[in-house]
Each structure stands twice: as structure tokens, then as C-alpha cells.
Design a protein. Structure first.
Length: 185
């Protein structure tokens, strides 16, 4: 099977939209100056509702079907469009396809959901293939929205401890301490 690729990632909406929505919530009119990097990080870390106005769209190619299923489980603040495996559409008997058959998987999600997905899919307990696919999204996001990407961390970094029944041990490493320090700013 061909390797999973990220076909594209684009940002829909703007930080001006987020800032204006935030101003609405405190009964202020629209602003004119662009939000600073510090303000972006602050509202993201606070997880205030206006961050949902920042939308990201992306598409994976050659994503194994079983990995696609991991992402489809996320359903709030995200939409999925996955290529069909229906026999009447593809001309191939879907009952003989393997679970690693490649699919095209396109999504759009708001900033809050991107952070939530990261908590689950960047965790070492997630499958390596799923982590790698999600890391592609976050790496591409870092080029366009570095503040948002910096808030997309595994659950243990977000919470400050590992909530899993069986920890991978990352929380006991210097790398973890550094990740928490970077996350908190």
C-alpha cells in the first residue's frame, strides 16, 4: 500500500473573526487591530468559545481504512468525508477488501476540536499509524497557525499527568517536563 499523505491543509476563517466574536461576548463592537500571538495563545489555552470560528480543512490520501475509523469517531466540531468502498460505486467487491485498504479522508474542524483530537491521537497509547497521520496535520498546521499547533498536545501534557490506566512512562521523562513547560508558556 502507498504511504499516507496529507494532500492539503487550509485555514478558513481568521483571527479577526475570533477576536470579533470574543468582543461580542463582552458587549464590545468589532475591533480593527489584529490579535497578537500572545492573545491567540491565551484564548486558545482558555478554550473560550470564539476559537470555534477558526476552521481548518485538510485531506489525507492513502489513509488505511482502519485508521480513518479512528478519526471518524470524533464527531463534535468536525465533519468527515471518506471515499466510499461500496461495490456499486467502485466496481470492486467490498467484502474482500482488507481493513488497510486506502481511502481518501477529508475533514474540516474548528480549533477547539483540533486541540481535543490532539489529546487523544498524539497520545502514545494511540496506534503509531494514527499518531503519524495526525502529526502530519499538526506539522502542516504549525506552518500556518503556530499558536494553534502549539496548543495541540497529548492528554498528559494538557492535564499535567497521565490519565491512562496503563501509562507509557512519558510523564516520567525530561522530554515530558519540557513539553509541559512549552505548553504552559
Amino acid at each position: 500500500m502507498e504511504q499516507t499523505v496529507l494532500r492539503y491543509l487550509k485555514v478558513i476563517g481568521s483571527w479577526r473573526d475570533v477576536a470579533d466574536a470574543a468582543r461580542t461576548t463582552i458587549r464590545m463592537g468589532a475591533g480593527t487591530k489584529e490579535p497578537t500571538s500572545a492573545w491567540k495563545r491565551r484564548i486558545l489555552l482558555a478554550e473560550h468559545s470564539p476559537i470555534r470560528k477558526l476552521i481548518v480543512s485538510w485531506k489525507w490520501g492513502n489513509l488505511p481504512y482502519w485508521v480513518s475509523v479512528h478519526f471518524v469517531r470524533h464527531k463534535y466540531g468536525i465533519e468527515h468525508f471518506v471515499s466510499t468502498q461500496r461495490t456499486d460505486r467502485t466496481g470492486e467487491d467490498r467484502t474482500v477488501k482488507h481493513q488497510d485498504a486506502p481511502v481518501e479522508h477529508e475533514c474540516f474542524a474548528n480549533a477547539a476540536e483540533l486541540m481535543f483530537i490532539s489529546r487523544r491521537r498524539l497520545c502514545s497509547q494511540a496506534s503509531p499509524e494514527t499518531r503519524a497521520a495526525w502529526k502530519m496535520v499538526i506539522d502542516a498546521l504549525a506552518e500556518k497557525e503556530p499558536e494553534l499547533a502549539s496548543c495541540c498536545v497529548p492528554e498528559c501534557v494538557y492535564r499535567g499527568f497521565c490519565p491512562e490506566f496503563k501509562s507509557c512512562g512519558y510523564v516520567d521523562t525530561p522530554a515530558y517536563a519540557e513539553a509541559v513547560k512549552c505548553y504552559r508558556g
